[in-house]
Write a protein that binds this ligand. Structure first.
Ligand SMILES: [Mn+2]
Length: 401
């Protein structure tokens, strides 16, 4: 029996660009969170006596990592080396050019020009596993890297592991780098495909295993929940059992609060407190206010900073290590459903008569200024505009006020 840890998408040195409002002490904690997560994984590797660790790409957030990021990475590797644990790293689309010098002798960075193959032996000299992998050679790798890795494993002894940073079956939420169909992996020679690139932890296939380890530390509310890596135990018959230890320092969550029936600010606070998740440790929360409420018009005029002040005290009282990322207002006026539907129909009719091209051209902005909006933002803006219009029509906001 032997064990190994499959880890991916550490993104050491991640800038956390969306968190510019944090205080310096909070920002520091967050900036260091990916390093802390990797340290925890290294400690876990030592404690559970794994034989080796595979890193399936995006170890660093950048292809030119900072001196600090490199030093922290080397320090964790040194801890693993001291425990006799080997490390196999296949670089991905973020860390493709990162190749810090002075890595300890236990660590191998797979080459980019061809697949690398290494074997790991047990204390008795018997080969436990063969680990093959390949690094991305360029920043936007569009070729399928799996065949090269698979060929390296064809006659390899022991439990066969292929390490790849790849988009399997074209996950539309991620860049189409190193695309590969799952069927191709399933038909190959590996017993376990250790995958990176998709930041959610998931098992795509069990025969053979094809597994995304996910990012050990989320970076935004788009990467919520508990996160970590995969601890694999392989018995003497070559059967693998997976465990999913959590190591994240910060957890990100989105809480949607339905304010139907909430008609004053003290009731709002009470509803908020009752809906808070019971989470130990650090939590960054995005709050979405939804539903039809008499507070709608007032909520829509509260400044962003004031809005956070409205919720922050209750949040910190309940969860001392929690902070608000943002508060998004998607409430509606408490008009009756039928009245609202009628108004919405009017809005839709008006929308049909409006030529968006002419409307945009009439604004004192150049077309280029609109290109920075993503689909989500445009949907938000459109929803916001519709809500404002409906509020006006419903008489909750006097136009021009
Ligand atoms: Mn990544």
């Amino acid at each position: 029996m032997f064990r190994f840890i499959h880890c991916a998408d550490l993104h050491l040195g991640s800038p956390f660009a969306a968190w510019r409002k944090l205080r310096p002490d909070e920002a520091r904690e967050l900036a260091l969170a990916p390093f802390a997560a990797f340290d925890k994984l290294a400690d876990l590797a030592v404690k559970t006596g794994v034989s080796f660790m595979v890193l399936a790409g995006d170890v660093f957030d950048s292809s030119t990592p900072s001196l600090y990021a490199e030093a922290r990475f080397r320090a964790a590797l040194a801890k693993l080396e001291k425990a006799g644990i080997r490390v196999f790293w296949a670089a991905g689309n973020h860390d493709w050019g990162a190749d810090p010098g002075g890595l300890p002798a236990n660590t191998v960075r797979f080459p980019a020009e061809k697949a690398g193959l290494f074997t790991v032996s047990g204390p008795d000299g018997r080969i436990l596993a063969s680990v093959a992998g390949i690094s991305h050679a360029v920043s936007g790798e569009r070729g399928d890297l799996a065949p090269a890795v698979d060929a390296a494993l064809a006659d390899a002894p022991g439990f066969r592991i292929g390490v790849l940073h790849a988009n399997v079956d074209g996950d539309p939420g991620y860049e189409p780098y190193a695309p590969v169909p799952l069927a191709e992996l399933a038909a190959g020679h590996a017993d376990y495909w250790a995958l990176g690139h998709i930041h959610g932890r998931k098992v795509l296939c069990e025969r053979p295993f094809a597994v995304y380890a996910g990012s050990p530390q989320g970076r935004s509310v788009g990467e919520p929940g508990t996160r970590g890596a995969v601890l694999v135990e392989v018995d003497d018959a070559g059967r693998a059992t997976l465990r999913m230890p959590d190591v994240q320092e910060f957890r990100f969550e989105t809480l949607t609060l339905d304010l139907a029936g909430v008609d004053d600010f003290s009731a709002l606070e009470k509803t908020f407190r009752a809906a808070l998740p019971k989470i130990d440790g650090a939590l960054y929360l995005r709050l979405i206010l939804a539903g039809g409420t008499p507070l709608n018009a007032r909520l829509r005029t509260v400044e962003e900073g004031e809005m956070e002040e409205l919720f922050a005290p209750a949040l910190r009282a309940a969860l001392p290590r929690a902070a608000l990322e943002s508060v998004i207002v998607r409430t509606t006026a408490p008009v009756s459903a039928s009245r609202r539907e009628g108004l919405a129909a009017e809005v839709a009719a008006v929308r049909g008569e409006v030529d968006p091209g002419r409307l945009l051209a009439s604004l004192p902005l150049s077309p280029g200024e609109f290109s920075g909006f993503g689909d989500d933002e445009l949907a938000d803006i459109s929803r916001e505009a519709e809500e404002l219009l409906l509020d006006c029509l419903a008489g909750d906001l006097e136009a021009g006020k």
